[in-house]
Write a protein that binds this ligand. Structure first.
Ligand SMILES: CCCCCCC/C=C/C(=O)SCCNC(=O)CCNC(=O)[C@H](O)C(C)(C)COP(=O)(O)OP(=O)(O)OC[C@H]1O[C@@H](n2cnc3c(N)ncnc32)[C@H](O)[C@@H]1OP(=O)(O)O
Ligand SMILES: Cc1cc2nc3c(=O)[nH]c(=O)nc-3n(C[C@H](O)[C@H](O)[C@H](O)COP(=O)(O)OP(=O)(O)OC[C@H]3O[C@@H](n4cnc5c(N)ncnc54)[C@H](O)[C@@H]3O)c2cc1C
Length: 627
């Protein structure tokens, strides 16, 4: 029945203060208040409804996304929302759109690679959305290999301009979000050519479309690259294709914080590392780790609530069947994902601090922690997105057949989420960057340069020094193993940051104890999953492995009575979850049944096509009719 909490008996089992855990999850009392208020504002506004998305055509979906983006912007202006509140509103609207890239990449790229003068010119226009930006780096022929990009930017000293050109088909810009139909400007990455010399890839601000009638400017061939994976909401994003035909831009539209070109045509490399050209990717990768904890927690919330509602087998003398959440197999699949959602939350908090710290140091021209920041953002982005994509799919399977319904929210969540394993750095390519960082550290062992920070533990691998044979040859040959070592390094980061979180003051009855259980589940599940490596390297004995497995089962039993409360702590509205299986009151079956009849296919009892195709079949008329 509506209004009845079918999960009340589960909530009454909780052994900790859920409201206090909500604040831990949000990050602070202030963050909780903002999140709670904005999520409810979005959920209560019919202008932000999303339950009809699966029935829309791509063009309807795209136009609806434009409407929502405009409506969101109007809401932000009318309610005088702060930047923090506006970001939360865009988050809870939960619609992949050009605004993600405008705010998440275009603006950070100008802030990180633009001069003060360029920031003062372009940021006010971008903040007021008087221009809409995209990040045009990837091309048809190159994505991972940034230095292989073919678009050219040739300086013309006669006119003090750059000529942006796509010399080959493979140099076509391909994938940039927002490029296809909406963006008026791009940060375009191109091979800089000055005085006939190539100077590497740099970023340029290029206007794409008229601000009067939105038509592409001369020399631009631009459009959408077509439908993407599944029928999910990511098809509301206009990932685009763009070819430049000798497009001229003023010299002052090259982002010049890292390098400069003078009006005389002199190329000047300032004393900052050229890698700052990659700065926007560093920023986005750290935000993607926080996004992973959100996406995984959504899927875990759905699967946990449904596992408590679903009963299958086990009825004694006509009594109720067993809740599937009580099966040890269900717990061994679900609870490590619940622990991972919390683990990624906390390592994401730490990574946000690390990024802020490296950004502050860069402003003082202190580049000492940039390599570590790159390795951490690259590695944790790779680890958390892979685990989250796999975790969402596991949550779908944990919900049985109903998990495959769009109304479960899981198929779309998966379809929208999985490209995170590829964009912002393909996950294996990023792990190779971590491996390179680790091997560089090994090569420096024994020197005066002692490993510090997240690699301080490596002083204990001095014995590896002997294997510094032909580092480059060895690296390529052993890259598959080194990628595994990179994952292990990042897992150490996740576990250690979870432990550091537990060393902080954590208010609320039973809250710290619950987090300790989740931290132990995360760590012991890793030990269990990789016990072959731990045993073969002598890190643990078979007895240790057995004890770890026993302890893991015991920890699952400790989580069980608190599972519903632990996902309630995410404080997601039913609107944001977008899932009948994960609805707060657990009243699943009536909602599933009611939702089925809303499908357009049920608008008529006799389906379109019956008279044309089915009736002739049934009446055996098909044999005579020509097919
Ligand atoms: C919230 C927003 C929503 C987002 C929605 C999704 C939108 C998606 C957008 C995109 O996908 S944008 C495009 C993303 N593309 C990539 O991520 C490309 C990945 N490739 C690269 O980053 C680089 O090509 C590479 C793989 C790092 C290789 O770089 P390079 O060709 O220069 O060679 P290396 O020799 O490997 O590196 C040289 C040197 O520089 C260091 N380094 C590399 N990257 C960075 C960095 N980002 N920051 C700092 N330092 C970096 C690297 O460690 C090497 O250092 P040394 O070892 O020489 O000390
Ligand atoms: C949904 C989505 C949105 C995107 N949005 C944007 C955007 O807004 N702006 C933008 O510029 N780009 C965007 N991209 C592009 C994205 O950044 C690239 O697709 C990504 O960087 C991967 O590059 P790639 O496609 O060239 O993959 P490839 O590098 O071609 O990967 C193919 C395979 O080759 C392997 N591989 C590649 N190099 C090596 C190596 N050196 N050693 C071992 N293995 C290797 C990879 O591991 C992978 O298995 C988007 C992509 C997607 C899917």
């Amino acid at each position: 029945m509506e209004g009845v909490d079918h999960l009340a008996h589960e909530r009454n089992k909780s052994e900790f203060d859920v409201d206090a855990m909500k604040i831990v999850w949000a990050g602070s009392p202030h963050a909780f208040v903002v999140s709670d208020r904005i999520s409810k504002l979005v959920a209560s506004d019919p202008g932000f409804r999303k339950d009809n998305r699966s029935t829309l055509s791509r063009k309807e979906l795209f136009k609806n996304t434009l409407r929502k983006a405009a409506y969101a912007w109007k809401t932000i202006i009318d309610l005088h929302l702060s930047e923090e509140e506006a970001a939360k509103l865009r988050f809870y609207v939960d619609e992949p759109a050009f605004t993600d890239v405008h705010w998440g990449m275009f603006i950070p790229a100008i802030k990180g690679q633009g001069t003060e003068e360029q920031q003062q010119k372009w940021l006010p226009l971008a903040y007021k959305m008087q221009i809409i930006g995209c990040y045009a780096q990837t091309e048809l022929g190159h994505g991972s290999n940034v230095q292989g990009l073919e678009t050219t930017a040739t300086f013309d000293p006669q006119t003090d301009e750059f000529i942006i050109h796509s010399p080959t088909l493979t140099s076509s810009k391909w994938w940039p979000g927002g490029l296809g139909k909406v963006a008026t400007h791009a940060i375009a990455y191109a091979l800089l050519i000055v005085g006939g010399r190539e100077q590497g890839v740099h970023g340029f601000i290029v206007q794409l479309r008229s601000l009067e009638d939105h038509s592409p400017l001369p020399g631009m061939t631009v459009g959408d690259i077509g439908m993407k994976f599944g029928n999910g909401a990511y098809n509301a994003m206009d990932n685009g294709v763009l070819r430049f035909d000798h497009v001229r831009i003023p010299r002052n539209q090259m982002l010049m914080r890292v390098s400069q070109v003078t009006c005389e045509g002199k190329y000047k490399q300032s004393d900052v590392p050229r890698q700052l050209v990659y700065g926007a990717m560093l920023y986005v990768r750290q935000t993607i780790v926080a996004d992973a904890s959100c996406a995984l927690s959504r899927a875990v919330c759905i699967a946990t609530r449904y596992s408590a509602v679903r009963r299958q087998f086990g009825s004694q003398n006509g009594g109720p069947e067993t809740q599937v959440i009580d099966y040890k197999t269900q717990q061994s699949r679900l609870f490590p994902l619940l622990a991972s959602a919390y683990a990624f939350r906390f390592v994401g908090e730490w990574l946000k601090w690390l990024y802020a710290d490296v950004t502050q140091r860069l402003q003082a021209n202190d580049f000492s922690t940039l390599p570590e920041a790159h390795a951490c953002t690259a590695g944790l982005k790779s680890l958390t997105t892979t685990a989250t994509a796999d975790g969402i799919e596991e949550c779908r399977k944990l919900c049985g057949g109903h998990g495959y319904l769009c109304s479960s929210g899981l198929p779309e969540l998966f379809a929208v989420y999985v490209p995170a394993c590829t964009y912002e750095g393909e996950n294996t390519v990023l792990l190779l960057q971590v491996a390179r960082f680790l091997m560089k550290t090994v090569s420096q062992l024994g020197s005066s340069k002692k490993p510090v920070g997240t690699i301080a533990y490596m002083t204990r691998v001095e014995h590896l020094m002997q294997c510094r044979c032909g580092v480059q040859r060895g690296f390529a040959e052993l890259s598959a193993d080194l990628v595994e070592a990179a994952v292990a390094h990042c897992q150490l980061l996740v576990v250690s940051k979870f432990i550091e979180k537990l060393q902080q003051e954590i208010p609320g009855k039973g809250v710290k104890q619950q987090l300790e259980v989740l931290c132990n589940i995360y760590a012991l599940f890793l030990l269990h999953k990789h016990q072959g490596d731990f045993l073969s390297t002598g890190c643990i004995t078979p007895k240790h492995a057995a004890l770890a497995n026993d302890e893991l089962r015991s920890l699952y039993s400790q989580v069980r009575p608190n599972a519903i409360a632990l996902v309630d702590a995410f404080n997601y509205t039913d609107h944001y979850l977008g899932s009948i299986l994960g609805c707060y009151d657990g009243n699943v079956y009536p909602k599933l049944y009611e939702a089925a009849w809303k499908d357009p296919l049920n608008e008529s009892v006799v389906p379109d096509g019956y008279h044309q195709y089915i009736r002739p079949l049934l009446k055996q008329e098909i044999r005579t009719a020509r097919l």
